[in-house]
Design a protein around this ligand. Structure first.
Ligand code: PRP
Length: 185
């Protein structure tokens, strides 16, 4: 079966055209993993994944990293609710249950849009005194930036279109698509 999810044609059709295919996503993740491996030659690296959108990305990125020791942690941060644009108000819905002080921390995000979420999260985690703190995002929409964010690893820069799939939702739908699509309006 192809990666275009022929088994759920209805959902693929309403989601709209493919912007980034499942194959392109996987290839880029392996490239990002190679960069990360060379930047963190030793010691544990904490992947702090932002729920819910980044769940699929962190699952694939962590499996592409071939070295010890990758620790996977989750935070819940919400700024969209069921709307298509950020409310601008960031809410921590689930905090870390580990102490990251003195550790290498890599925030794993699915998308940076306004930058509100990540600039808030970076400030929050910096207060916890990690040894290092960097960001990897699968998608970056630079045209939408309101708050500047320093991001070390970017999978794809994309145009200002509302995308779904591969973890990204619209009103909680489409997260399970394997490719990234432009939502039909
Ligand atoms: C999305 C996405 C980022 C954030 C980016 O999360 O996962 O966390 O928005 O937007 P920003 O740069 O404008 O702040 P969302 O609030 O939709 O929650 P979700 O991941 O649970 O879908």
């Amino acid at each position: 079966m192809s990666n275009s999810q022929a088994s759920i044609p209805e959902m693929s059709a309403t989601a709209g055209r493919v912007l980034i295919s499942a194959e392109q996503i996987q290839q880029r993740i392996h490239e990002l993993a190679a960069l990360i491996e060379s930047d963190y030659p030793s010691g544990p690296v904490y992947l702090v994944s932002v729920l819910k959108g980044a769940f699929m990305f962190v699952a694939d990125l962590s499996r592409a990293l071939k070295r010890c020791c990758i620790r996977i942690e989750f935070m819940g941060i919400s700024s969209y609710g069921h709307a298509k644009t950020s409310s601008g108000q960031v809410k921590v819905t689930r905090d870390l249950d580990v102490n990251i002080e003195g550790h290498d921390v890599l925030i794993v995000e699915d998308i940076i849009d306004s930058g509100v979420t990540l600039s808030y999260l970076r400030r929050l985690l910096e207060q916890r005194k990690p040894k290092s703190l960097e960001i990897v995002t699968l998608l970056d929409k630079p045209d939408r930036r309101i708050q500047p964010v320093q991001v070390k690893y970017v999978g794809f820069q994309i145009p200002d279109e509302f995308v779904v799939g591969y973890g990204l939702d619209y009103a909680e739908d489409y997260r399970n698509l394997r490719d990234i699509r432009v939502l039909k309006t």
